[in-house]
Design a protein around this ligand. Structure first.
Ligand code: FAD
Length: 445
């Protein structure tokens, strides 16, 4: 791997694509020999509990495709399995590197990791160039007039839209313009021999049968999204979450389509930016409630009830169907995520952090900012949360959004037989218990 003229490194992270990739575009446009790398970060992989974690297999498959494409241009993708800092120490000591490019990541772990690289690079006089790619607007771009962050969605959205409009020329929006990496692929670093590609098995993982939802979404689905998105029995949402998470699709491209096809879909993409900036401005939410007094709630945290919830055996069909969908596919419909999360925190009075951790383990589209946002919303402790006394009734939710029980029957084959459990709690009693517990916690502070 030693090189005489300097190479420039582009580091793939949450942006696993060769098209419309901001940092890759700038690296290729501004440099002559761009070498792409990826690091399977041991700090992250070692924390995963399941050797069949489908997200790792998905990343591996995606990298394999990228590597093949790069090989077809006479270039390569170097893949490492190490802690990020150790990998960088090796890369920088074994190669003559002049610059490093990557797209910004706003999670606390990533910010620390990138800061360590900055320090290392600075000590070696290597420039680090970073770009926005994962979101449409970053946390410092959408602020109130007084410079403070928004904590309520509607005014945030208004400002977000006005920023979008301010960079508009007819149907083109500055901020959504594609970065045409394909124009500069001749600036990739040519290699004689591609580097061997580490196998999943060598990292302690294996493939599963869980399928990744397709990247291709029809225009009609997005057009009808507003009418259909709340009904879990139909395929009415895009299922692109996993692709947004790992950057296998471009947020700019999808937002530009949404502007034309569906305001409701665009709204959901704005929620994604919203939660990303909340995490960036208020990193305490990773461990604590956004509204601190909610940390005084006297959770029951009953382990058997938690287990029943995880397995989809609470006797509340809409909750159970959702949990079984999650356990089987790594996906759960948004409406059902809200119902299942509300049930865990309010009906069972189990700490939202338990549910959040379970979703983090299982969801293909797991994203710290959106998952935390969703859980804190459901438990009432988050930004823009519904008042705690508004408690979802799982029975009416079920009647409204799965009227013909198609979703329930799909996921609970024993539904309607004696094998299906009786409700773990009575709705009315659980509701009253929740109101009392929340009131005590919040009134005392
Ligand atoms: P679509 O309905 O097709 O929406 C398109 C995209 O918009 C999504 O892929 C997602 O990127 C974004 N989006 C939609 N709704 C939201 C939202 N409420 N907040 C933020 N972004 C949104 N979303 C995640 O991406 N990762 C998570 O870990 C996650 N955990 C959640 C946990 C709970 C308790 C709740 C209530 C919601 C959670 N969400 C999470 C938000 C939402 O449920 C998912 O984004 C959505 O269900 C993914 O399916 P889809 O791709 O078909 O979404």
């Amino acid at each position: 791997m030693s090189n005489e003229c300097p190479i420039t490194i582009f580091w793939f992270r949450r942006d696993l694509r060769l098209h419309d990739n901001a940092a890759l575009f700038h690296a290729l446009k501004e440099n002559k020999k761009v070498q792409c790398i990826f690091i399977f970060d041991k700090n992250i992989l070692d924390d995963l509990k399941d050797s069949k974690d489908v997200r790792v297999a998905f990343i591996h498959d995606t990298l394999s495709e990228i590597k093949q494409t790069l090989n077809s241009y006479g270039a390569d993708l170097w893949v490492f399995h190490d802690t990020a800092l150790d990998a960088w120490q090796k890369i920088l000591s074994q190669n003559n590197v002049d610059k490093i490019y990557f797209n910004r990541d706003y999670e606390p772990y990533a910010l620390n990791r990138d800061q360590e690289l900055n320090i290392l690079a600075e000590s070696m006089n290597i420039d680090v160039c970073t770009y926005k790619d994962h979101v449409v607007f970053e946390s410092h771009e959408v602020l109130k007039d007084d410079g403070n962050p928004y904590v309520v969605f509607t005014p945030y959205k208004r400002k977000w839209m006005s920023l979008l409009e301010s960079g508009r020329l007819e149907n083109n929006y500055d901020v959504l313009k594609a970065f045409k990496c394909e124009d500069y692929l001749s600036n990739l670093n040519p290699v004689d021999e591609p580097m061997a590609f580490i196998s999943l098995g060598a990292m302690g993982f294996e493939k599963t049968n869980i399928a990744i939802p397709s990247k291709e979404v029809s225009q009609s689905l997005i057009k009808e999204y507003g009418d259909k998105r709340n009904f879990p029995a139909i395929h009415g949402t895009s299922r692109l979450g996993v692709h947004y998470r790992f950057g296998t699709v471009s947020i700019r491209e999808k937002a530009a389509k949404a502007i034309v096809l569906s305001e409701t879909y665009l709204n959901e993409l704005i929620w994604r930016d919203f939660y990303s900036q909340i995490l960036h401005h208020f990193p305490h939410i990773v461990k604590e409630s956004f509204r601190k007094k909610y940390d005084n709630i006297d959770w029951r945290n009953n382990k058997e009830e938690f287990e029943a919830w995880c397995q989809g055996k609470t006797g509340y069909p809409i909750v159970d169907a959702g949990m079984r969908e999650l356990n089987t596919t790594g996906y759960m419909h948004n409406r059902v995520r809200m119902i299942a999360a509300s049930f865990l925190t309010k009906h069972l009075l189990i700490d939202w952090r338990w549910g959040e951790a379970y979703f983090a383990q299982k969801l293909l589209d797991y994203d710290l900012a959106s998952n935390n946002g969703g859980w804190q919303w459901a438990s009432g402790s988050g930004t823009d949360a519904a008042p705690y006394f508004r408690i979802f009734n799982p029975w009416t939710q079920q009647d409204k959004f799965d009227k013909h029980k198609a979703y329930i029957k799909k996921w609970i084959p024993e539904y309607g037989t004696p094998q299906y459990p009786q409700p773990i709690v009575d709705h009315k009693e659980a509701r009253e218990r929740c109101l009392k517990t929340y009131k005590e916690a919040l009134d005392n502070n």
